[in-house]
Design a protein around this ligand. Structure first.
Ligand SMILES: Nc1ncnc2c1ncn2[C@@H]1O[C@H](COP(=O)(O)OP(=O)(O)OP(=O)(O)O)[C@@H](O)[C@H]1O
Length: 366
């Protein structure tokens, strides 16, 4: 048994790379576990950043480290080529070898035959039935799952995913997102996940990097950035959301409900899920799905009424008739939004205790 604690390999980089009129100038320190989302508008430099990390492009200057391994140091003339970086890459298109069957595609990059690992990944991605099929016969989502499996089987220390859901329709997109979410929770490899879709990235990321015109506008835990009023417009605008995490404490099978404890005092009622008692669920709650009341209203169909305090407010230039709010519920925070008219009519103010009524929540059942 190993007696040395291994620390997860953080990815640190500080690079500059001009390309035409555009310049990527990024300094980052990303966690060695979980999913780091890279989010930004089209042309903000997301793919360029991923290519630099993978070693597919060589920056003009800077350095990149994965754990203790120096991948790039232009001052010392170090450049580790892509195949020596132990980084798995999944591109928008699957890029499978057309003449190999799925099994051949999966095992192609495996450094050593590891049948146990193969079986594990195949099961995780639900691709057992596809093993003897040829890539040309796979759907877009299936091919993407095989490409993810292949990247994982090369035993990477880091997995890069560039918009892996692009081009899939609604249900296929949701299905693959579910696979990827499950995978990132079960495979102990840090993931850098690029997307321009706010809902997708807030579903999957733990840490978030917001890129704007080739630079880092923000980089922090996702739930922290979701509370920044100045990022509202970029991170969903009308669909701005915040996250709550809690523990499944009971199910009511007769009514199809699941009860989630946020802490000792605050519970939420959710549509029934198969998540086992004691497991944790991450909820995504849209700011506009929260209504406020001065006192707990009697006789309402809202299942979720929580005591909350208004801790912060803002009126954003892009939505001057709306008030953005940050509420504290016990030790948790929640974004809410209401019209300025309601704010004035109710006589609301920062510091007031109110009741938050939650219309609906979305969550990822595993
Ligand atoms: N080889 C190149 N030569 C010149 N300019 C380039 C090159 N590659 C990318 N660019 C420019 O760099 C900028 C960033 O491109 P990049 O593909 O990284 O953006 P992105 O955020 O991934 O965009 P999208 O979401 O549309 O994929 C763009 O303005 C693009 O036109």
């Amino acid at each position: 048994m190993a007696d040395v604690m291994t620390t997860p390999p953080r990815l640190t980089l500080d690079i500059e790379q001009p390309q035409g009129d555009f310049k990527l100038a990024v300094r980052l320190d990303l966690p060695g576990d979980g999913v780091s989302g890279v989010f930004g508008a089209s042309g903000s430099g997301k793919t360029s950043l991923l290519r630099v990390i993978a070693g597919l492009d060589r920056p003009q200057q800077g350095h990149i480290k994965l754990g203790q391994q120096v991948l790039l140091d232009t001052q010392r003339g170090i450049f580790t080529p892509p195949h020596q970086r132990r980084i798995g890459v999944v591109f928008q298109e699957a890029r499978l070898f057309p003449h190999y069957c799925v099994r051949g595609n999966l095992t192609y990059g495996m450094p050593h035959p590891a049948p146990g690992r193969l079986a594990e990944i195949v099961e995780l991605l639900g691709i057992e039935a596809l093993l003897t099929r040829m890539p040309g016969t796979l759907s877009g989502g299936e091919a993407r799952r095989v490409a993810i499996g292949r990247a994982l089987l090369s035993e990477p220390q880091l997995l890069l995913m560039d918009e892996p859901l692009t081009g899939l329709d609604g249900p296929r997109k949701e299905e693959l997102l579910r696979y990827i979410t499950r995978l990132t929770q079960q495979v102990d490899i840090p993931v850098v996940y690029v997307s321009h879709d706010a809902e997708e990235i807030t579903t999957i990321a733990d840490h978030l990097v917001v890129l704007k015109a080739g630079r880092v506008e923000a980089s922090d835990a996702l739930h922290t950035l979701l509370h920044r009023f100045d990022l509202t417009h970029g991170l969903g605008g009308f669909d701005a959301a915040s996250l709550l995490e809690g523990e499944v404490v009971a199910h009511d099978h007769a009514y199809g409900l699941t009860y989630l404890a946020l802490d000792d005092e605050h519970r939420l009622t959710l549509p029934g899920t198969a998540a086992p008692i004691g497991s944790r669920l991450r909820l995504r709650i849209l700011a506009r799905d929260i209504a406020l009341a001065l006192t707990p209203p009697p006789g309402t169909s809202y299942r979720n009424q929580l005591d909350a305090t208004i801790v912060d407010t803002a009126v954003l230039p892009e939505a001057p008739h709306t008030v953005e709010l940050r509420l504290r519920i016990g030790t948790r925070f929640l974004r809410a939004r209401l019209t300025r008219k309601s704010w004035d009519d109710m006589g609301l103010a920062k510091g007031m205790n109110i009741t938050a009524l939650i219309r609906s929540v979305s969550f990822n059942p595993l």
